[in-house]
Structure formats: structure tokens, C-alpha cells
Ligand binder design. Structure first.
Ligand code: SF4
Ligand code: SF4
Length: 200
């Protein structure tokens, strides 16, 4: 009896797969185009009620990432005159303090003229093997200076020094941040503009 039920389960499973396979072509014929090759079709494959193919031929096809998708943090810089990369980070150390596995290291810069600490990071490193992608650093940063990246294609052949991302490696322009998280970037820009308004 158990054997019969197992076989029935396999046949039922194959039937579902066959149904999706046939439906892929039926939808194409009904809509008069290869729907499942369009961006809209790829997006639809992630839905529970999709009728046709529900797998993706990665890396040729990619499911669009939701805005809140997060992998590793990066440091945001604003582009200044003559190609200057003005990091927003003030080396306040809050992100390092709240980081649960303590994988952020920051060294504050020193003003060469006065010898006093300057609000910039001389060094900023993250051990990406320890980072657990929680996003706390980005949540707590008061200057919108560290944000969570969408880039998940990070495989490499070396697992030592290459996994300790330094300041240069972590730096990305604000325009990149705006491209991956447009709603967040717009909301934060509006909040900064409001804060900068002169008080009556
Ligand atoms: S990234 Fe933000 S929280 Fe972290 S040290 Fe820089 S300014 Fe402070
Ligand atoms: S994402 Fe979380 S674990 Fe990774 S550096 Fe930020 S606070 Fe630390």
C-alpha cells in the first residue's frame, strides 16, 4: 500500500511539472509573444500562482531584487569637484559598536596641521566572513554613510586577506545607492533637506 502511495506521489509530481511545461507554451500562444522571456515574465515566475515555467536560467536570467534585499555593507561617498570622493562617514564608531559579531574596524584620521582627531576614517575595514548581513550598521548610522549592498556575486578563489574589505573596497558613490534603493534614498534626502532648513 505504501509503495502504491509513493508511486502515486511521483506520478502526481511529474504531472505538475508537465502541467507547468505545457502552460509555458499555452501562455505564449494566448498572449502572442514569448512572455516568459520578457522582464515581466521573469518577475512573474516568482509568484506562487505562476502558470508556466517557474525556474530561472541564472545567470542569463535574473529575478529583480527587492529594494530591501541586503548582502554586505558599503560606504557611501558624494562626488565632489575634480572627482573628489567625499565619504559621508565621520568615524563616529556607532556602526562598529552596534555590530553584533563585531566585524567592523575603524581608525579615525588625524588633522596633520593640529594633530587633533578629524571626523574622517583613516581606515575602515569589514571582515565579510564574519558579517551576518543584519543591516544594523546601516540602520544606526546617523549620517546615511553606510548602506547595505545588493551585490551577492562575491565568490572568489582566496579566502584570507581578500575577505577583509578595506575602505577603498567599501566605497561606492551615492548615485549607486540611489540606483539600488531609490525609495530609501529619496526619503533620506528629503529628511536631510528638512533638517537643513533654517529654524524660524
Ligand atoms: S559609517 Fe556611520 S556609524 Fe559608522 S563610523 Fe561612519 S558615520 Fe559613524
Ligand atoms: S551588516 Fe550587521 S554584521 Fe554586517 S557589518 Fe553591519 S552590523 Fe555588522
Amino acid at each position: 500500500m505504501k509503495n502504491f502511495s509513493n508511486r502515486f506521489g511521483v506520478i502526481r509530481g511529474l504531472g505538475i511539472t508537465l502541467g507547468h511545461f505545457i502552460n509555458t507554451y499555452i501562455v505564449d500562444i494566448r498572449e502572442g509573444k514569448k512572455r516568459y522571456e520578457t522582464a515581466e515574465g521573469i518577475q512573474e515566475r516568482t509568484q506562487a500562482n505562476t502558470q508556466g515555467i517557474f525556474t530561472v536560467q541564472y545567470p542569463e536570467e535574473r529575478i529583480p531584487l527587492p529594494e530591501e534585499f541586503r548582502v554586505l555593507p558599503f560606504l557611501v561617498y558624494d562626488e565632489g569637484e575634480n572627482g573628489a570622493k567625499n565619504l559621508r562617514c565621520t568615524a563616529c564608531g556607532i556602526c562598529a559598536k552596534v555590530c553584533p559579531p563585531q566585524c567592523i574596524w575603524i581608525a579615525r584620521a588625524t588633522d596633520p596641521a593640529t594633530g587633533k582627531p578629524s571626523p574622517h576614517p583613516a581606515e575602515f575595514s569589514i571582515d565579510v566572513d564574519i558579517c551576518m548581513n543584519c543591516g544594523f550598521c546601516a540602520e544606526y548610522c546617523p549620517f546615511d554613510a553606510i548602506k547595505m549592498d545588493h551585490d551577492f556575486e562575491l565568490a572568489g578563489y582566496e579566502r584570507g586577506a581578500a575577505h577583509l574589505f578595506n575602505k577603498e573596497h567599501l566605497m561606492k558613490p551615492a548615485s549607486y545607492y540611489e540606483s539600488i534603493r531609490p525609495a530609501n534614498a529619496a526619503r533620506e534626502a528629503a529628511a536631510r533637506a528638512e533638517k537643513a532648513k533654517p529654524r524660524p
